[in-house]
Design a protein around this ligand. Sequence first.
Ligand SMILES: Nc1ncnc2c1ncn2[C@@H]1O[C@H](COP(=O)(O)OP(=O)(O)OP(=O)(O)O)[C@@H](O)[C@H]1O
Ligand SMILES: [Mg+2]
Length: 396
Amino acid sequence: MTAVDKGRAEGPAQRAQPSSAAATSGDRRNVNAGAYPARRPAAVRLEHVTHRFGTFTALEDVSLEVMPGEFVTLLGQSGSGKSTMLRIIAGLTTPSEGRIFIDGRDVSDAPTQRRGIGFVFQNYALFPHLTVFENIAYPLRIRAMKGPELQRRVEKVLARINLLGFGDRYAAQLSGGQQQRVAVARALVYEPSVLLMDEPLGALDRKLRKHMQIELRQLQQDLHISCIYVTHDQEEALTMSDRIAVMRAGRILQIGDPVTVYRHPVSSFVADFVGSTNLFDCRVREVLGDGSVLLETAGRIAIRAPTFPGVAAGRACHVAVRPEFVRIGEGAVEIAFAARVEKVTFVGNVVDIRCALTSGELVSVEVAGNRKDLVAVGDQVRIGWDGADMGLFPAP
Ligand SMILES: Nc1ncnc2c1ncn2[C@@H]1O[C@H](COP(=O)(O)OP(=O)(O)OP(=O)(O)O)[C@@H](O)[C@H]1O
Ligand SMILES: [Mg+2]
């Protein structure tokens, strides 16, 4: 562990909020709140980091705290600034504005090798002319380590990634998953306190990818290493993370644990990006006296919903409901519609049923794969959902 700069050590009360979005995210399992000894600094802290490439702003006023042992994922579309953020933390890019702290120490002006960071790059590449052993030993050699200590360290991580006995092979003699593990071992060998991983599983097929997700997460937990992980795969983010930071156009839109981000997205963008969702463009038709409002979809279907801040007749908003929360032809639901089945798609573990409301607006319904014969194309059905399963977002 690097020494803590006492002048800057601070308790939770003085800490910057992880982001302004976090304060409103309803993050119920906020790991920043009291879960750690008061004087223990964040493993990584970004304070108001902005980065511009010329006139283009790639990161805009990003603040984030990652606690010791925490696994935080940056999730966002291509170009949203994920790699830029990792490179700034690693010291490979100097931000236009803002400060970076690692273990409480201001490292904003420190070079990469003084930051105590391991980095697995996007499109990681092993050195093809070096053996597995020498690939892993490389970060130690450039730090002038050699002899028995180097041998011991490399063998320790080789054992950790289950590749003991593979030390003499070259990268081309390894499978994709094995190469990926060597890349992780190379980042871990000098025992950094923070591990940064940029789409490390991007090149792997789905099955191996799922296997490696579990392995990587286990390794991270066993070593109790703090990790910032980048992916644009929402399922990967949901499976692996303690918290997910959803990014868009250089900003963190929401940060929270996977359940909170999935169940309580702060905007229709997050609802749509994390998981799939049915989104309806609506207007407020009438504000009712009982704390509810009557909305009207673009196709003039009425939906009753709880009122929201800034509500007014005519106000535009979005209603979001996930396909797995839409019920079809069963039991009573609070909000129900007549619909016609347009398409039934068997996806294996689930069946995707596309229904059209009388307005022509489409609604996706997802049921378990073993209910494949529940409905057929052309069936007239009733579909609906409960108010608690619906998100309502005022249009910006
Ligand atoms: N060296 C550079 N010069 C100019 N613009 C850059 C540079 N590096 C990145 N950018 C731009 O900054 C934005 C953020 O890039 P970044 O690599 O951080 O995205 P990303 O979220 O990692 O995307 P991906 O998922 O495709 O890897 C992009 O619009 C990119 O074109
Ligand atoms: Mg990237």
